[in-house]
Design a protein around this ligand. Structure first.
Ligand code: PEP
Length: 255
């Protein structure tokens, strides 16, 4: 049975003190609501990871980094390795986010190395894929997403692929307030599952969680999560307020 997951991506928001406050609030609300059948993840900036791992109850919340280095260790000034992320108690890392792909030039070859480092350190990977608007308008969205999957992930053996969560995030929907319709999301999630099945077999595909990301909020989460292949969400803006994030978690719990 694949996991239902609601993962917050704080991006470059919140000072350490603000982050601690938000994590405490989310932790309390999730525990109070006794959320058991949704894996709740919070993706914080690197410097928050160690402190926030001390605050949250690991039975209810897992902590994620938003990136890791391509290399294992050494003279790479300013980088943070997957081993360092894991040493904070974090269980997940978000890789291949469109902001990293477009602002920091992260291509398939770079992402393959980051995924390898993450898996070597027992981190679960939330791997983001998604097309830009021009690609959708040119009807190339399936081709683009397939190429991101094949070139970023499909060199992994099946036992390692089991530690991958896929997040479909149409770039035109991220932070824009413009959400994919539930039909568009389901169509792509179904395509992603089919593509995974062609490579790894139906059983692996059926066990792979596929999250939707892109202006998912308290109002549209219910409709998106009602789709059979939408297993949860990767949430940016709406994860920065505990009540909004909690409403999305509740929407997932209730389906
Ligand atoms: C994201 O950054 O992963 C994201 C989905 O952002 P937002 O929810 O703000 O569109």
């Amino acid at each position: 049975m694949r996991k239902k997951i609601v993962a917050g991506n704080w991006k470059m928001n919140k000072t350490l003190q603000e982050g601690i406050e938000l994590a405490k609030e989310v932790n309390n609300k999730v525990k109070e609501a006794d959320i058991k059948n949704v894996t709740v993840v919070i993706g914080t900036p690197f410097i928050h990871l160690a402190e926030i791992n001390k605050i949250v109850d690991p039975n209810f919340i897992a902590v994620s980094a938003q990136n890791c280095a391509t290399e294992a260790s050494g003279a790479y000034t300013g980088e943070v390795s997957a081993a360092m992320v894991a040493s904070t108690g974090s269980k997940y890392v978000i890789l291949g986010h469109s902001e990293r792909r477009s602002y920091y030039g992260e291509n398939d070859a770079i992402l393959v190395k980051k995924v390898e480092r993450a898996l070597e350190n027992q981190l679960e990977v939330i791997f983001c894929v998604g097309e830009v608007l021009a690609e959708r308008e040119a009807n190339k969205h399936f081709e683009v997403v397939k190429s991101q999957l094949v070139n970023g992930l499909f060199s992994l053996p099946a036992e390692q692929f089991a530690h991958i969560v896929i997040a479909y995030e149409p770039v035109w929907a991220i932070g824009t307030g413009k959400t994919a319709t539930s039909t568009q999301a389901e169509e792509m999630h179904n395509f992603i599952r089919k593509t995974v099945a062609e490579k790894y077999g139906q059983a692996v595909a059926d066990n792979t969680s596929i999250l939707y990301g892109g202006s998912c909020n308290a109002k549209n989460a219910d409709e998106l999560f009602s789709q059979p292949n939408v297993d949860g969400g990767l949430i940016g803006g709406a994860s920065l307020k505990a009540d909004d994030f909690m409403a999305i978690i509740n929407a997932r719990q209730n389906h």
